[in-house]
Design a protein around this ligand. Structure first.
Ligand SMILES: Cc1cc2nc3c(=O)[nH]c(=O)nc-3n(C[C@H](O)[C@H](O)[C@H](O)COP(=O)(O)OP(=O)(O)OC[C@H]3O[C@@H](n4cnc5c(N)ncnc54)[C@H](O)[C@@H]3O)c2cc1C
Length: 389
């Protein structure tokens, strides 16, 4: 049987029947609702918010959480397959689902009260409410412990002051999960509703990456949050980092989708593009790039699948997620750059996918821990020595 260039090592055959079926279903949904318009949305710099309830109806938001909270309760590999299928269309679409599920719903599920879970999770799973996750600040990205946002006790609740920056969905969110330091310097989590007095927000304009995703800032000036909006089980930086592990796992899978779309486009283009009387696909230099792309993609798939099986067995370590996020995000970016170069001049237009994926993947390589930060995490796991500071 000839090799499948998009699945060189036949990782697909190691999926279970329902996992394969899910892959087809989500891809079909994405094709019908998203793919034909994504270049225009990306150019306009907007996310199609009308699609959010459809994502909920399809069971794609927080899909790994329990059915008791309105979610789909799929296993880790199926969750990854959903992320892959969404990012096959655009990293912005996968980012929306990652933030809503991996960050916001996970924060409430892991660290919230029963009441908070019952109130928010079904609405977020259905796409009736949109969430955002505010950890990063103007002067605290890779080092979130340097955050300046404060939470001081006051009467029956807390008062928040500070600023969050680079927050996906912030301008369209109904609910923000916000991380702030209390008077003892401990990191606490809060559920802040969009209409809270003293909360203002704005969109970050002029992005050249992740344009089909809304990114913004949140400003808190004496924002009162009642105790029932305080996450009772979050007591330290460990809490947001746990949520990040869940979202990073989604990136390990999602980046495969973007990379696959780029390889497929480059292969098709190379076979039909004639220079000097022959298709460029028949040239050694072009084949070298295509083979490198197929090799990276094959390795990315096997890595993601192995992570999924480890997660199913309850044996997945955060350091393994870090190394895989570092590898898959960077390899996807390299694949997209190679695809763009094979398409040459045509590759710089939004009529093709490569440059859109390439520019998006610059963010994927940066957020949820940069390539460097994951190098340091994996380096510490390897050597036992921290090289962070
Ligand atoms: C489109 C987009 C969406 C985002 N969405 C969210 C969101 O929803 N919620 C949220 O909280 N955040 C979000 N982020 C923020 C993102 O997680 C941060 O940008 C990221 O963690 C990096 O932080 P920074 O940009 O402040 O870079 P810095 O921390 O300032 O890093 C600058 C450079 O220094 C390197 N570096 C840092 N520390 C070290 C070190 N110790 N040793 C060696 N090198 C180091 C970094 O790798 C990087 O190259 C988003 C970002 C983008 C671009």
């Amino acid at each position: 049987m000839p090799v499948d260039p998009l699945d060189y090592f036949d990782a697909f055959s190691r999926l279970q029947a329902e996992e394969r079926e899910l892959r087809e279903t989500v891809r079909q949904f994405v094709k019908e609702t998203f793919l034909s318009n994504v270049a225009a949305w990306w150019q306009e710099g907007r996310f199609p918010i009308a699609l959010i309830p459809r994502l909920g109806e399809m069971g794609l938001l927080g899909a790994d959480l329990p059915q008791a909270y309105g979610a789909s309760e799929v296993g880790p590999v199926s969750y990854g397959i959903i992320m892959e299928a969404l990012e096959w269309a655009d990293s912005g679409l996968r980012s929306f689902a990652s933030v809503q599920g991996g960050l916001v719903m996970h924060a409430i599920y892991e660290f919230g009260s029963q009441e908070q879970k019952r109130t928010w999770l079904p609405q977020l799973a259905a796409g009736k409410k949109v969430g955002c996750f505010g950890l990063t600040e103007p002067d605290a990205g890779s080092d979130p412990n340097a955050m300046r946002t404060t939470a001081r006790r006051s009467g029956t609740g807390w008062v928040l002051d500070g600023n969050k920056l680079w927050i996906t969905n912030a301008p369209i969110a109904d609910l923000a999960v916000v991380w702030a330091k209390d008077e003892q310097g401990r990191i606490n989590g809060f559920l802040v509703e969009a209409d809270a007095a003293g909360l203002t927000r704005e969109e970050i304009p002029r992005k050249a990456s992740m344009r089909c995703s809304v990114t913004g800032a949140l400003h808190f000036q004496e924002v009162f949050v009642d105790e029932d909006h305080h996450l009772p089980l979050a007591h330290s930086l460990r809490a947001p980092l746990t949520c990040l592990d869940s979202a990073r796992y989604g990136i390990v899978w999602g980046s495969i989708g973007a990379a696959e779309a780029c390889l497929q486009e480059a292969l098709e283009y190379a076979k039909q593009r004639i220079t000097f009387g022959r298709p460029i696909a028949a040239r050694q230099l072009i084949q070298e790039r295509l083979v490198t792309m197929a090799s990276y993609l094959g390795e990315m798939r096997l890595t993601a699948l192995q992570l999924g099986r480890l997660k199913e067995a309850g044996r997945l370590d955060p350091a393994q997620i870090s190394l895989a996020k570092r590898n898959n995000a960077r390899k996807a970016l390299e694949i997209a750059r190679m695809a763009r170069s094979i398409l040459a001049a045509n590759g710089i237009t939004l009529d093709y996918q490569a440059i859109r994926h390439m520019l998006n993947l610059e963010t994927v390589d940066t957020y949820e821990g940069t390539y460097d930060v994951h190098t340091l995490i994996a380096g510490q796991a390897l050597t036992g020595s921290s090289a962070f500071s």
